[in-house]
Design a binder for this molecule. Structure first.
Ligand SMILES: Cc1ncc(C[n+]2csc(CCOP(=O)(O)OP(=O)(O)O)c2C)c(N)n1
Ligand code: SF4
Ligand SMILES: [Mg+2]
Length: 287
C-alpha cells in the first residue's frame, strides 16, 4: 500500500510554496490520503492540472503528473484517459481555470461523461496573478480588477454541472480534510465524470470568504438526501448566501465516453500502436 510518505515530494526536494494557511494545503493532504486509502499505484495514477496556485498540485503529489496550460486541464486529462483508459486520472484546476477560461472544456467533458475525478480549488479569485475577480467571486466584492466592486452575478458551478450532464457532483471544504478525503474516494469509485468543487480559502487575496466565513455556513448534506433526484440536487447547488451544503449533491449511472467506443473494449488506444498504420493512401487524397 502506498503510504503518505511515499506520496510526499519533500523527500525529493520539492515542497509546496503556497502562502502559510492557504486552503490548498488541506486539499493536498486530502488528495494524498485518498490515493493511499484507494491503494492506487502512483505510476498509473495521473494528476493533470492547468496553471494557478491550486494547479501546482502535480508538483507535490508523488504520482504521474502533467501541468498543462491555464484553462486546458480537461482536454489534456481527457486525452490521457482516451489514450490509456486503464490509468486513474485526476484533474485539478482553480476556479478561473475551470469556470473562466476553461468553461468550454468543462461543459463538454461533463456531457461526454469522461471517466475522471475533477477537483476544483474554488477560492473565488485568481490567486496566482494576485487576486483579480473570478467567475465565482461574490457580487460586490472589491478586488484588484474590480476596485468598485464586482457587478456581475457569480456562476453557480454545481448547478451548471448538474444540468450539463456530470454524473457525480459534490462540494467539499479545504477546512474539513477527512470529509474531503471521503468525497475524493467516492468520486474515484464512481464511473464517469466526477466534479468536486472545493471551498478553498485564499488567505492572501480573499479576505471575505475566509475559513470563519465558511465554517459559519457549511453543513453536511442530510443522509436522507437522494442523490439521484436532480431537482433536489439543484436546490442544494443553489444554496450559498446563508448556508452551503457539503457532500454529494447528485449521482447518476450512465455509460462513459469510453464505454461508447467498442474499439476500446479489449485494449487501450495506446496498445494499438502506430507501426502497422499506413497513412500513405490518406496523404494521397491531399495531393
Ligand atoms: C492563456 C493564459 N491566460 C492567462 C494566464 C495568466 N494566469 C495564470 S494563472 C491565472 C488565474 C489563476 O486563477 P485560478 O484558476 O482561479 O487559480 P488560483 O491561482 O486561484 O488557484 C491567470 C489569469 C495564463 N497563464 N495563460
Ligand atoms: S495566493 Fe491565495 S491561493 Fe495562492 S498560495 Fe496564496 S493563499 Fe493560496
Ligand atoms: Mg482561484
Amino acid at each position: 500500500m502506498v503510504s503518505l510518505q511515499d506520496l510526499d515530494t519533500t523527500g525529493v526536494g520539492r515542497k509546496p510554496d503556497w502562502c502559510p494557511g492557504c486552503g490548498n494545503f488541506g486539499i493536498l493532504m486530502a488528495m494524498k490520503q485518498a490515493v493511499s486509502e484507494l491503494e492506487l499505484d502512483p505510476k498509473n495514477t495521473v494528476l493533470v492540472s492547468g496553471i494557478g496556485c491550486g494547479p501546482k498540485m502535480p508538483l507535490w503529489v508523488n504520482v504521474s503528473g502533467f501541468q498543462s496550460l491555464h484553462g486546458r486541464t480537461l482536454p489534456v486529462a481527457a486525452g490521457i484517459k482516451l489514450a490509456n483508459h486503464k490509468l486513474d486520472v485526476f484533474a485539478t484546476s482553480g476556479d478561473g481555470d475551470a469556470y473562466g477560461i476553461g468553461t468550454c472544456h468543462f461543459i463538454h467533458a461533463m456531457r461526454r461523461n469522461i471517466d475522471m475525478v475533477y477537483i476544483v480549488h474554488n477560492n473565488q479569485v485568481y490567486g496566482l496573478t494576485q487576486g483579480q475577480a473570478s467567475p465565482t467571486t461574490d457580487k460586490g466584492m472589491h478586488t484588484k480588477s474590480t476596485p468598485f466592486g464586482v457587478i456581475e452575478v457569480p456562476m453557480r458551478p454545481l448547478s451548471q454541472a448538474i444540468v450539463t450532464g456530470a454524473t457525480f457532483v459534490a462540494r467539499g471544504f479545504a477546512g474539513d480534510i477527512p470529509h474531503l478525503k471521503s468525497l475524493i474516494v467516492e468520486a474515484h469509485k464512481h464511473r464517469g465524470f466526477a466534479l468536486i468543487d472545493v471551498l478553498q480559502p485564499c488567505v492572501t487575496f480573499n479576505k471575505i470568504n475566509t475559513y470563519k466565513w465558511f465554517q459559519d455556513k457549511v453543513y453536511k448534506v442530510s443522509a436522507d438526501h437522494n442523490p439521484s433526484d436532480k431537482m433536489e440536487a439543484l436546490k442544494l447547488a443553489e444554496q450559498w448566501d446563508k448556508k452551503i451544503p457539503l457532500g454529494v449533491y447528485y449521482q447518476e449511472e450512465k455509460p462513459t465516453y469510453n464505454d461508447e467506443l467498442p474499439q476500446l473494449a479489449d485494449k487501450t488506444l495506446r496498445e494499438y500502436g502506430v507501426e502497422d498504420v499506413n497513412i500513405a493512401p490518406l496523404m494521397k487524397e491531399y495531393e
